[in-house]
Each structure stands twice: as structure tokens, then as C-alpha cells.
Write a protein that binds this ligand. Sequence first.
Ligand code: PHE
Length: 339
Amino acid sequence: MKEKLNEIQNQAKDDLVNAGSPEEVERVKTKYIGRKGGVINDIIKAIPSLPPEQRSSTGKSANILKQEIGKWIEEAKEKFADKKQAPGAKEIFDLSLPGENKPYGRKHPLTQTIDEIKGIFKTLCFDIEYGPEVEHEYYNFDALNIPADHPSREDFDTFYLGNKRLLRSQTSTVQIRVMEKKKPPIRMIAPGKVFRPDTVDARHASMFHQIEGLMVDEGVSFSDLKYVLTLFAQSYFGQDIKMRFRPSFFPFTEPSAEIDISCSLCKGKGCSVCSQSGWVEVLGAGMVDPNVFDTVGYDSEKYTGFAFGIGVERLTMLKYGIDNIRLFFENDLRFLSQF
Ligand code: PHE
């Protein structure tokens, strides 16, 4: 009888290994431990007909085996519930089911522009630097030769936080931070957010992005500035881009220029983005004022340099023909998924 029970035990194990579905596991259960017609129950029922000395041990072994098989069956069921495969089971694919639709994310158009510009300047061996958005007045104004009575220091041009801290209104702050840390030669760009309490319209927002540029060495001239910026504009917009340099003023550069790009939205005819002028200002630039070098402890007799600030939103608008800066910040996927 012992041998018979052993045989049943092995058989039940094999059957469970081969069971490929919960239904098959159920069938194994009925076959071995089912109340009616279950192999083990049949043995228990037959105990009275055994020789008396075998009865009690057979009963005990049969019950132990019954419990054991019961446990294996539960385990096999759990495996299916976990979607794990029972050992040896075959996987079933329903090829007629529709696929899962996973919406893919992508970079914001402004991030794409910043990445592209970083790439262009990397090929010119410019380092990428970053500075804080909450700045000290010193870096935003004083060190940049911006006097106390300059209009950009007014409350309606700058977000003050108190305690001489403010939200930086330009990335030129990073020029100072980098020059304090490093000695020339310097070639760097610094992308980041800037903040101004401007009235929002098609071209203005109270937060926007700039990319600052700075190159300092012996013998750097205005023609180097023109060369680098022309190279940049051609790489970004293409060889036929029209640019114009207008004389301008910034306290931290002398001489200074504003650089316009021909308006690609109206092809120069005049529209709301270019204020009907056919040109859009995208850059401020100039030769670093010697006062700034003196402030950071550079020898202004020995070194010269140029600096520039690129408006990232404006550039992106021109490249893709976007006529409203608000679109960048509304998080409307119908807009964002086009890039
Ligand atoms: N910081 C200036 C602005 O925000 C741009 C600029 C940068 C001009 C560097 C000259 C040199 O308008």
C-alpha cells in the first residue's frame, strides 16, 4: 500500500507540473483529492478491507498525502493568479487584442532650443555655466556697472524679495560669478530663466529664458563678437538669415549693440510679433566694459572681451513661426506636441 501511495504522490506532482491553466489544476484536484472518485478517497474507503495491522498506518499516510497534494494545488493556483507561469506551462498570446497606446513625452520647445544652442556653442569650445535664479542685487546690478538710478532697478522692472535679494532680471549675473571664480581665457554660455514684471502681451512674459555668452582673453575684438554671433545665427536659422547690428547701450558693455533678425513670420512685411517693423530683436551684446573687469579683479589693460544675451523665446518664435509667447507657458498639448 505504501508503494501505491508513493506512486500516487509522484503522479500528482507530474500532473501539476504539466497543468497549463487553472482549469487543468482543478481537474488534477478532482482526480486526486475529489470527494467522489478521487484516488485518495477511494483508498481511504477501502481501508476496512485491509488486514487490521495495515489499517491505521495506511489511513495516516493517505491523509498526510491528501493534505500535501492540497497544498501543491493551492500553490499552482497562486502561480496563475500572479500571472506567473506554472512550471512547464505554455504562454498564451491573444494576438487579436488591441495594442496599448502609450503617449510618449518629449522636450518642451524652449528646452529643445536651449539644447540646440548649447550644441552650437560647444562646437566653438564654449563651456556651459549656470547661476542662481534668486540673486543678490550686487550680481544683478552693482557688479554689472548698473548705477543706483538706472531704470532697470525700479520696482516695476524687477521682482524684489527683500534683504537685497531679487529674482534675477538677466543672465548677465553669471558673467560676474564665472569671472570671480576663473581667470581668462574664458568662453562660456549660461542658459536660464529671468524675471521681469512686464505686462504680458504677444512678445512679453514675466518669466522668460536667456542665454548669456562671454568671451574674455587678450586681443578679443568687436569683429570676434560679430563673427561668433553671425556664425551662431547662420547655424541656427540657416545661411540666408538676415541680421542687423544697431548701436545701443548697456551699462556693462561699451560699445553695445542690439541685434535683430528679419521677421520670419511676415517675411519682413510687418506683423504684431515684429511691431510692424519687419525685424525682431533677439540679442543684446557688446564689448565688456573695463569697469566690470575692475570689479572682478581682471586687468582691464590686458584683457578685452565680448558678452551677449540671447532671448530664447524670441528665437524659437522666429524659427517656428509662433506668433504668441503665451503659447509656451499654457501647457496646451495641442501646441506642445507639434515640436
Ligand atoms: N542682459 C542684457 C538684457 O537682458 C542683454 C545683454 C547681455 C547685453 C550681454 C549685452 C551683453 O537685456
